[in-house]
Design a binder for this molecule. Structure first.
Ligand code: DPP
Ligand code: ZN
Length: 855
């Protein structure tokens, strides 16, 4: 496949100010007529033909200025049409069969409804168009369909007319006043019902809000609606951004590759990010809904009003919008817990990516298939880069920068460079060197050491940075790394205030005055920079921080580092002291000031995957064994406390308030420890929790414990869960996932049989992720030495690639990290990749990922 390069960007030769679309919709045969008002760009050559992208479509008719034309050609799917004038009217007709569109890109059928997904390059599967984000058009769309089968017809913008046609058909005319790129086009036709509400913007404009779902799901839309209204208010208050249409529609669909899509005025969501009630959704699911609803809503400004010039700029809208949704969720709940969660995600998804063969800067230099670049790097590291700007500038100046950005580029297709320049001009700051973050792949390593001179009372923080060398070569070497730092009194843990140390050279030292005693270094507080910290802190110092640090993230981090240090040493067979960990846990458990949610966070051991990332060569079994031993030891040592906690944090009647949620979380964590303490009543306890649960958080927590056990309670509970929820696909996904995450030795076999279960299908991305995504996260079973886990994933990818390449390609990175594993596994992983690579007709998506992984 061809490689697209950022440096090859050329402005469009043709603009399309107006687009008219007419859809005669049906599941098997949809006719699309388009009328494009095309204008030659002043910089384009006079004989430059019109090139309109197409993918898997061909025109049934082409007209220019009303005259039929046959002198067009199809070149690699694209329609090439010779034109001599400066402006023309081009009419094209295309026929589609949405029912056979298994890629879920373009116009497709999900259950009995029709919907679209156009980002990044799906519009070209609907009709021929300049399918690039820097061509913005005003759309007028007429939709017509059978009224009984498709009573609801939705599109972007405002509904301007509707009526009944012949033969039981009806039609609706939509008009979107805001020029937009084709990737933001959307339509939906189906038998849907709406949760209807309204919002008044701060300037007094009324907005009608609808969340469209299938009949029967209506009472699960309340949380999403609340999140939407909260987001609308928050964006007005925090960024001064108001909504700009009289109507905002959200539609939930079951078959969706992504989480959701921010189409102008018509967001389309994976139903898992809309539907929730306590009986079917966990607290984490509720949070996911709040975050994704906010994310897509925030795109209305950061993405839609100001869009991307080209797909290399994807982080312009995604990094910024993730940062915005993270800040929103922090404001709605606990900022400390949100930060811990965000860093967990970054470390679980982005750090490994940045350390492997698919590493790329947040603004990549090249790609073959843009769908492969909807990555944790573009999204989550992109958000960290925006967060660092905020840290450097301060909130007020940051806001001046974003105001100028929105103001200056409203209605435009902008670049990351435009964003940084606006932040500089609006916020009055120099970000020249800071720009290096945009072109540097890899997680930087920072060493931090503290020395102390009791004579002068000075403490010196010695810092140095090292840029990783992998993936695309970095152009730059020195990054601007903002490190929030405090020096803690070694007796009391008090400090004289937090300082921001700017590491902007390879090495730099900061001399701080006024320390009679050797203080304890607390650095990268709040995870102020997305780096790997290498400091020579002793276990004693980490234990001190884990008891005293007043920055919640730093305290959490100290516990993590303490445990990580211990566990990696154990795996390597290095002698190491365990008592210090047990003392630290005792202190945490004895701290009366800690709230239950934070306590739960502190008690969770670093994940096996994270521990593996800290090692030069990963042996998943050895890591698993050591981690289980430590968990067991903590469980046994503190069994009484855990039992007491487990009883005392009974959340009572269900509520979504912070206290009840904290109790549910702590209860699940303590249940996990009780099960790990080798008590014989683990199964009984978990089973009891399962039976008594009035909410999914408790049920799932109980099932997670039972899933690993050899006990009849396990069978009974899983059978019961299936019987209860078999008609709810989102809950059934959990049933698949919980079994895929089981640590039992027969898990690989179980996955194999689940893949033939009548409820399993490769056609639904959520179901595929539920089974196989959960399985690849199960370190010890996915990496089973038989290699069967790898083979299973390879076979699944090969099968899925034929119907849904985008989702298939998502599984390659798990195998792509083969170089990091010990020899035997490494070879088996590589063989699995080779098997995929040897397939005759791989999609661009899978091919790019596989070949980069093997290179
Ligand atoms: N729908 C995806 C998102 O919002 C891509 N834009 O991140
Ligand atoms: Zn997004």
């Amino acid at each position: 496949p061809a490689t697209i390069r950022r440096e090859d960007y050329r402005p469009p030769a043709w603009f399309i100010p107006e687009v008219e679309l007419d859809f005669q919709l049906d599941l098997e045969r949809t006719v699309v007529r388009s009328k494009l008002d095309v204008r030659r760009s002043k910089s384009a050559k006079a004989d430059e033909p019109l090139v309109l992208q197409g993918d898997d479509i061909s025109p049934t008719s082409v007209k220019v200025d009303g005259e039929a034309r046959t002198d067009w050609t199809l070149v690699e799917g694209d329609l090439v049409l010779p034109l001599n004038g400066a402006s023309h009217s081009v009419e094209i007709e295309v026929e589609l069969d949405p029912s056979t569109n298994t890629q879920l890109m373009g116009l497709y059928a999900s259950n009995d409804m029709l919907c679209t997904q156009c980002e990044a390059e799906g519009f070209r599967r609907i009709t021929f168009a300049p399918d690039r984000p820097d061509v913005l058009s005003r759309y007028q769309v007429r939709m017509e369909a059978d009224k009984a089968k498709f009573p609801v017809l939705l599109c972007n913008g405002d509904k301007v007319a509707e009526g009944d046609g012949e033969n039981g058909r009806h039609w609706v005319q939509w008009n979107d006043p805001w020029p937009k790129p084709s990737y933001l086009f959307a339509l939906v036709a189906g038998d849907l019902v709406a949760n209807n509400d309204s919002f008044t913007t701060r300037s007094g404009k009324p907005v009608e809000l609808n969340i469209w779902v299938r009949d029967g799901d209506l009472d699960r839309t309340g949380h999403a609606m609340k999140a939407l209204k909260d987001s609308m208010r928050w964006d007005e208050e925090t960024y001064g951004r108001e909504y700009d249409l009289g109507l905002f529609n959200i539609v939930a669909v079951s078959d969706f590759n992504m989480g959701a899509m921010e189409n102008k005025g018509l967001n389309i969501f994976n139903s898992r990010y809309i539907l929730a009630d306590p009986e079917v959704a966990t607290d984490a699911d509720f949070d996911g809904i709040e975050g994704v609803v906010a994310h897509e809503y925030f795109h209305n400004w950061s993405g839609n009003r100001v869009t991307c010039r080209d797909w290399f700029q994807l982080s312009l809208k995604e990094g910024f919008t993730v940062y915005r949704d993270q800040s929103f969720s922090a404001d709605m709940g606990s900022a400390a817990l949100k930060r811990i969660e965000d860093v967990r995600i970054l470390r679980a998804a982005q750090f490994p990516e940045d350390a492997g063969p698919l590493a790329h800067p947040i603004r990549p230099e090249s790609y073959q298939e843009i769908s492969n670049f909807y990555t944790a790097t573009i999204y989550n590291k992109g958000a960290e880069v925006i967060r660092m700007m905020n840290t450097l500038m301060g909130a007020e100046s940051f806001r001046k920068g974003t105001d100028l950005y929105f103001d200056r580029h409203d209605g435009e297709a902008a670049t990351c460079e435009d964003f940084v320049t606006a932040m500089e001009d609006g916020g009055e700051i120099d970000l020249k060197q800071f720009r290096n973050w945009y072109e540097t792949p890899g997680t930087p390593r920072v060493t931090a050491n503290l020395s102390h001179d009791p004579q002068t009372g000075t403490a010196t923080v010695h810092l140095s940075q090292k840029i990783a060398q992998n993936g695309e070569k970095p152009k730059s070497s020195e990054l601007v790394i903002p490190l929030k730092t405090a020096l803690l009194d070694p007796e009391t843990g008090a400090h004289q205030g937090e300082q921001l140390l700017l590491l902007d050279q390879t090495e730099k030292s900061f001399v701080l005055e006024g320390y009679r005693d050797h203080p304890v270094l607390s650095i990268n507080r709040g995870f102020s920079a997305p780096i790997i910290l290498e400091s020579s802190q002793t276990a004693e110092q980490l234990a001190f921080l884990s008891a005293h640090d007043d920055d919640p993230f730093a305290r959490f981090e100290a516990v993590q580092r303490l445990m990580t240090g211990y566990l990696t040493a154990k795996v390597l067979g290095t002698p190491v002291d365990r008592d210090i960990i047990l003392h630290a846990v005792a202190k945490i458990l004895g701290d009366k000031e800690i709230d239950p949610a934070f306590l739960a966070e502190l008690l969770v051991l670093p994940s096996e995957a994270f521990l593996g990332d800290q090692m030069v060569e990963v042996d998943p079994q050895a890591i698993h064994d050591e981690r289980e031993k430590l968990r067991g030891k903590i469980a046994v040592q503190f069994e009484k406390q855990f039992r007491k906690l487990y009883k005392s944090c009974w959340p009572g009647e269900f509520s979504l308030d912070a206290e009840a949620r904290a109790n549910r979380k702590l209860r699940n964590v303590t249940l996990g420890y009780l099960a790990a303490s080798y008590t014989d009543d683990a199964a009984e306890l978990a089973f009891e929790q399962y039976r008594e649960a009035d909410n999914m958080t408790a049920m799932q927590g109980a099932l997670a414990v039972l899933s690993h056990l050899e006990a009849e309670e396990r069978t009974i509970a899983f059978d019961d869960f299936y019987a209860k929820f078999k008609s709810n696909p989102l809950v059934l996904d959990k049933w698949f996932s919980l079994q895929a995450m089981s640590l039992r030795p027969d898990t690989v076999k179980r996955i194999d049989s689940l893949s033939r279960h009548p409820d399993f299908t490769l056609s639904n991305p959520n179901r595929v992720r539920a089974l196989y995504g959960a399985f690849t996260g199960n370190q010890v079973r996915f990496h089973d030495l038989s290699g069967k886990g790898y083979q299973m994933i390879a076979d699944m990818v090969i099968a899925l690639d034929k119907q849904n390449p985008q989702t298939a390609a998502r599984f390659i990175p798990q195998l792509g990290r083969w170089r990091r594993y010990e020899r035997e596994r490494s070879e088996l992983m590589r063989l699995a990749l080779e098997k995929i690579a040897a397939q005759p007709e791989l999609s661009k998506d899978v091919s790019e990922q596989v070949h980069k992984s093997l290179a």
